[in-house]
Write a new protein. Structure first.
Length: 172
Protein backbone atom coordinates (compact mmCIF):
# COMPACT_ATOMS: atom_id res chain seq x y z
CA UNK A 1 0.00 0.00 0.00
CA UNK A 2 1.35 3.44 -0.96
CA UNK A 3 0.84 6.40 1.32
CA UNK A 4 -1.10 9.15 -0.47
CA UNK A 5 1.67 11.65 0.29
CA UNK A 6 4.06 9.61 -1.87
CA UNK A 7 1.64 8.23 -4.45
CA UNK A 8 2.96 10.48 -7.21
CA UNK A 9 6.23 8.49 -7.08
CA UNK A 10 4.52 5.24 -8.10
CA UNK A 11 2.69 3.95 -11.15
CA UNK A 12 -1.07 4.43 -10.87
CA UNK A 13 -3.32 1.40 -10.96
CA UNK A 14 -4.71 0.27 -14.31
CA UNK A 15 -8.12 1.67 -13.37
CA UNK A 16 -6.61 5.04 -12.43
CA UNK A 17 -4.64 5.15 -15.70
CA UNK A 18 -7.73 4.28 -17.72
CA UNK A 19 -9.67 7.05 -15.97
CA UNK A 20 -6.89 9.56 -16.67
CA UNK A 21 -6.83 8.70 -20.38
CA UNK A 22 -10.62 8.95 -20.58
CA UNK A 23 -11.13 12.15 -18.59
CA UNK A 24 -7.79 13.90 -18.15
CA UNK A 25 -6.73 17.18 -19.70
CA UNK A 26 -3.70 17.04 -21.98
CA UNK A 27 -1.14 19.82 -22.12
CA UNK A 28 1.78 19.60 -24.51
CA UNK A 29 5.15 21.20 -23.94
CA UNK A 30 6.62 23.11 -26.89
CA UNK A 31 9.33 20.45 -27.26
CA UNK A 32 6.74 17.72 -27.80
CA UNK A 33 5.21 19.78 -30.60
CA UNK A 34 8.59 20.72 -32.09
CA UNK A 35 9.72 17.10 -31.98
CA UNK A 36 7.05 16.37 -34.59
CA UNK A 37 9.52 17.69 -37.16
CA UNK A 38 12.22 15.21 -36.15
CA UNK A 39 10.12 12.06 -35.90
CA UNK A 40 9.59 9.47 -38.60
CA UNK A 41 6.40 9.79 -40.64
CA UNK A 42 4.83 6.95 -38.65
CA UNK A 43 5.58 8.54 -35.29
CA UNK A 44 4.47 12.00 -36.49
CA UNK A 45 1.20 10.55 -37.70
CA UNK A 46 0.62 8.63 -34.46
CA UNK A 47 1.27 11.72 -32.32
CA UNK A 48 -0.87 13.91 -34.58
CA UNK A 49 -3.71 11.37 -34.36
CA UNK A 50 -3.42 11.25 -30.57
CA UNK A 51 -3.54 15.06 -30.30
CA UNK A 52 -6.56 15.19 -32.61
CA UNK A 53 -8.40 12.40 -30.74
CA UNK A 54 -7.90 14.22 -27.45
CA UNK A 55 -8.47 17.71 -28.86
CA UNK A 56 -11.58 18.37 -26.77
CA UNK A 57 -9.46 17.88 -23.63
CA UNK A 58 -6.32 19.64 -24.81
CA UNK A 59 -4.83 22.93 -23.64
CA UNK A 60 -1.54 24.70 -24.17
CA UNK A 61 0.02 27.29 -21.86
CA UNK A 62 0.66 30.58 -23.65
CA UNK A 63 4.42 30.26 -23.07
CA UNK A 64 4.51 26.84 -24.76
CA UNK A 65 2.56 28.20 -27.71
CA UNK A 66 5.01 31.08 -28.00
CA UNK A 67 8.02 28.75 -27.80
CA UNK A 68 6.53 26.49 -30.47
CA UNK A 69 5.80 29.44 -32.76
CA UNK A 70 9.28 30.89 -32.31
CA UNK A 71 11.06 27.55 -32.70
CA UNK A 72 9.12 25.94 -35.56
CA UNK A 73 11.09 27.33 -38.54
CA UNK A 74 14.42 26.92 -36.72
CA UNK A 75 13.56 23.29 -35.90
CA UNK A 76 12.60 22.56 -39.51
CA UNK A 77 15.84 24.14 -40.75
CA UNK A 78 17.83 22.08 -38.23
CA UNK A 79 16.21 18.90 -39.58
CA UNK A 80 17.04 19.93 -43.15
CA UNK A 81 20.66 20.50 -42.13
CA UNK A 82 20.84 17.10 -40.41
CA UNK A 83 19.51 15.37 -43.53
CA UNK A 84 21.98 17.28 -45.72
CA UNK A 85 24.82 16.18 -43.44
CA UNK A 86 23.67 12.55 -43.56
CA UNK A 87 23.48 12.63 -47.37
CA UNK A 88 26.96 14.18 -47.59
CA UNK A 89 28.35 11.55 -45.20
CA UNK A 90 26.77 8.77 -47.27
CA UNK A 91 28.27 10.16 -50.47
CA UNK A 92 31.73 10.43 -48.85
CA UNK A 93 31.44 6.87 -47.56
CA UNK A 94 30.31 5.61 -50.98
CA UNK A 95 33.09 7.43 -52.81
CA UNK A 96 35.76 6.32 -50.34
CA UNK A 97 34.74 2.73 -49.66
CA UNK A 98 32.26 1.47 -52.23
CA UNK A 99 32.98 3.05 -55.60
CA UNK A 100 36.40 1.44 -56.02
CA UNK A 101 34.79 -1.99 -56.59
CA UNK A 102 38.14 -3.70 -57.02
CA UNK A 103 38.94 -2.64 -53.45
CA UNK A 104 35.65 -3.95 -52.10
CA UNK A 105 34.26 -6.65 -54.39
CA UNK A 106 32.21 -8.26 -51.65
CA UNK A 107 29.10 -6.13 -52.10
CA UNK A 108 26.48 -7.21 -54.59
CA UNK A 109 24.71 -4.81 -56.91
CA UNK A 110 21.59 -5.43 -54.77
CA UNK A 111 23.46 -4.18 -51.71
CA UNK A 112 24.67 -1.14 -53.62
CA UNK A 113 21.06 -0.53 -54.67
CA UNK A 114 19.99 -0.51 -51.00
CA UNK A 115 22.64 2.10 -50.34
CA UNK A 116 21.14 4.24 -53.10
CA UNK A 117 17.65 3.68 -51.66
CA UNK A 118 18.77 5.17 -48.35
CA UNK A 119 20.05 8.27 -50.11
CA UNK A 120 16.84 8.63 -52.17
CA UNK A 121 14.69 8.21 -49.05
CA UNK A 122 16.70 10.87 -47.22
CA UNK A 123 16.34 13.23 -50.17
CA UNK A 124 12.57 12.64 -50.20
CA UNK A 125 12.42 13.30 -46.48
CA UNK A 126 14.36 16.51 -47.00
CA UNK A 127 11.84 17.70 -49.60
CA UNK A 128 8.95 16.82 -47.26
CA UNK A 129 10.39 18.64 -44.26
CA UNK A 130 11.53 21.63 -46.36
CA UNK A 131 8.03 22.05 -47.76
CA UNK A 132 6.78 22.49 -44.19
CA UNK A 133 8.43 25.91 -44.06
CA UNK A 134 5.58 27.21 -46.23
CA UNK A 135 2.90 24.50 -46.12
CA UNK A 136 2.93 22.86 -42.69
CA UNK A 137 0.13 20.40 -41.97
CA UNK A 138 1.36 19.98 -38.39
CA UNK A 139 1.23 23.70 -37.67
CA UNK A 140 -2.27 23.77 -39.15
CA UNK A 141 -3.31 20.87 -36.92
CA UNK A 142 -1.78 22.53 -33.86
CA UNK A 143 -3.42 25.89 -34.61
CA UNK A 144 -6.78 24.18 -35.12
CA UNK A 145 -6.50 21.91 -32.09
CA UNK A 146 -5.44 24.66 -29.71
CA UNK A 147 -7.74 27.39 -31.05
CA UNK A 148 -9.47 28.85 -27.99
CA UNK A 149 -7.44 26.52 -25.77
CA UNK A 150 -4.39 28.70 -25.08
CA UNK A 151 -3.76 29.72 -21.51
CA UNK A 152 -3.80 33.37 -20.50
CA UNK A 153 -0.67 35.42 -21.05
CA UNK A 154 0.58 36.52 -17.62
CA UNK A 155 0.92 40.25 -16.96
CA UNK A 156 4.18 41.73 -15.68
CA UNK A 157 3.27 41.56 -11.99
CA UNK A 158 2.33 37.87 -12.37
CA UNK A 159 5.63 37.23 -14.18
CA UNK A 160 7.54 39.02 -11.42
CA UNK A 161 5.84 36.77 -8.84
CA UNK A 162 6.66 33.62 -10.86
CA UNK A 163 10.30 34.71 -11.15
CA UNK A 164 10.44 35.36 -7.39
CA UNK A 165 9.07 31.87 -6.67
CA UNK A 166 11.57 30.34 -9.09
CA UNK A 167 14.49 32.17 -7.41
CA UNK A 168 13.31 30.94 -4.02
CA UNK A 169 13.24 27.37 -5.32
CA UNK A 170 16.76 27.77 -6.70
CA UNK A 171 17.97 28.98 -3.31
CA UNK A 172 16.78 25.80 -1.58
Amino acid sequence: MVLKEFGHHFRPSEDALRALWQTGTFSFDANVLLNLYGYSKQTRTALRDLIERCSSRTVIPAQFGLEYSRGRARTICRQIKRIDEAIADLKRFRDRWLVPAKEHPHLSSAAMGKFECIKVELEGGRKDIESMLSNDPFAEMILTTFADRVGAVPNQSELDEYYKIARERDDR
